[in-house]
Design a protein around this ligand. Structure first.
Ligand code: BEZ
Ligand code: FE
Length: 279
């Protein structure tokens, strides 16, 4: 086969590769070519649709930069991020499940004392988060870093509103002691739309999808000798639990939120234990 034909298109393209068939680049790209060609055939892609796709991808790249990553958002809303997470983190059943990382984590958040308040803008309904970090055999993990972040009452992360919110608002790192316990004060998270003013938002609208994520608290839990856990806890009863724009919800990650008397105040409390898989 020398020249391109519709019938032999996959082989013609893939046979052009100058690396061994078991080379990882060859494995990944030949599969991608096969799926892409099958997709084009399957939908009978028109030239106008091809133009639209090129324009969409061009705009997705143009709106991306150090502060915004529209391609990751695209991966998120297509369920690709969750699938990559799933196939790369097949943990023992007893270990806490992972979910999508999201774009709003910031490295090196302040290390705070147990029980400290991470809500610096004074907005939102106070909520005490507490629980324990343990291994799959139930032993507490000392020295685990519990890195947390959430949106504020208005549904924005501090990094989305650098001129409005205090730096490190609703963020912090907590280091467990011998009992493996963590606790911090934050706010009951609120649901919010993912950034929807770009091509991905336009695509969601075109597909009749909303951009909302159910309310959640982000956790990144790490400890020496254990797999890093990237996860959230979701607010039970949230109206978007079954239609998360990025498919991040897992039943085991839905946490309870109860009103409780803490000191002189009645506030929300949410208890959740994390179980880490050995690395
Ligand atoms: C987040 O939960 O912060 C998030 C995840 C995926 C896309 C956008 C935001
Ligand atoms: Fe989030």
């Amino acid at each position: 086969m020398k020249y391109f034909t519709e019938q032999a298109s996959v082989d013609i393209v893939n046979e052009r590769m100058g690396v061994p068939a078991d080379d990882r680049a060859s494995v990944v790209m030949s599969s991608l070519v096969r799926h892409l060609h099958e997709f084009v055939e399957d939908v009978g892609l028109t030239e106008a649709e091809w133009d639209l796709a090129i324009d969409f991808l061009t705009r997705t790249g143009q709106i991306s930069g150090p502060e915004r990553q529209e391609f990751i958002l695209l991966s998120d809303v297509l369920g690709v991020s969750m699938l990559v997470d799933a196939i790369n983190h097949r943990r023992p059943e007893s270990a806490t499940e992972s979910t999508v990382f999201g774009p709003f984590h910031v490295e090196n958040a302040p290390i705070r004392e147990m029980g400290e308040n991470i809500s610096l803008d004074g907005k939102g309904e106070p909520c005490l988060f507490e629980g324990r970090v343990s291994s799959t055999d139930g032993a507490p993990i000392a020295g685990a870093v519990v890195d947390v972040w959430s949106d504020n009452e208005d549904g924005y992360y501090d990094v989305q509103q650098p001129d409005i919110q205090p730096r490190w608002n609703n963020r912090g790192r907590f280091i467990t002691g011998a009992d493996g316990k963590y606790s911090f004060l934050g706010i009951k998270p609120t649901s919010y739309p993912i950034p929807d003013d770009g091509p991905v938002g336009q695509m969601l609208t075109r597909l009749g999808r909303h951009p909302y994520r159910p309310a959640h608290m982000h956790f990144l839990v790490s400890a020496d000798g254990y797999e890093r856990l990237v996860t959230h806890t979701f607010v039970d009863g949230d109206e978007y639990l079954e239609s998360d724009a990025v498919f991040g919800v897992k039943e085991s990650l839905i946490a309870t939120y109860d009103k409780r008397d803490v000191g002189a105040q009645t506030i929300w409390t949410s208890e959740y234990d994390f179980v880490l898989a050995s690395s």
